[in-house]
Design a protein around this ligand. Sequence first.
Ligand code: G3P
Length: 218
Amino acid sequence: MKFFVDTADVDEIKEIAATGLLDGVTTNPSLVAKTGRKFTDILEDICKVVEGPVSAEVAATDYATMIKEGKKLAKVADNIAVKVPLTMDGLKVCKELSDAGTMVNVTLCFSAAQALLAAKAGATFISPFVGRLDDISHDGMQLIADICTIYNNYPEFETEVLVASIRHPMHLVESAMMGADVATLPPKVIHQLFKHPLTDKGLAAFVEDWKKTGQSIL
Ligand code: G3P
C-alpha cells in the first residue's frame, strides 16, 4: 500500500519524506490557500523532495480552462498528477490528459457510480472522500469496499483507489484490509500511526533497565 501525505506544506513533507515511508503527495486548493504561497513554487519545491506522484488540482470548473490549467501544471515536473473534479467536464479533461500520458487524480468522489466513470475515463487515481461522508452520517469505508469490489471485477481497469479525507488511523487500517492501493494521510494522522501507549511504556522500562547494566553499546 502506498502512503501519500495530504498537505501543501513543504516543511511537513520534508519531515515525513525523511522517514523513507512516503510514496507521494496530494494537494488541493484549500491546502494551498493555507500556505499563502504561489502554487507553482510549492509544486516545484515538493517535486524536488518527492519522486512519486504529486497531485496538483486545477482551479477552473469548465472544460476549456481546466484542460489549459492541467497541461500547464503537468509541465511543472514529470511526477505531477493533475487533479480534476468528478464532473462531466472534469472527466473529459481526465480522458484527454490520460490519453496523452499524464497521470490524473479524479477528486471529490462520493459514490461507487462516480468511481466507475473515473475508471472508464482512464484515471490514474480515484479519490473517494471517506471523512466527509462520515461527517454527514454516511459510511465512508463502505464506499471504499464498494469501489474495490467493482474495480476487482474488471481487471482491465488500471485506476488505483486513493483513499482521501482520512481523519484517523482506523480509516487507514480498514482501507488496507480492503486492499485499497493508496491512502493520502494528513501529517497529524501519520504521526498518530507511530503511537501506542504500550510502546512508550515498554521503551521507558527498557531505557531504565539498560541504565542498571552500566554498559554502553558504543
Ligand atoms: O485532499 C483531499 C482530501 O483528503 C481532503 O480531506 O479532511 O478536507 O475532507 P478533508
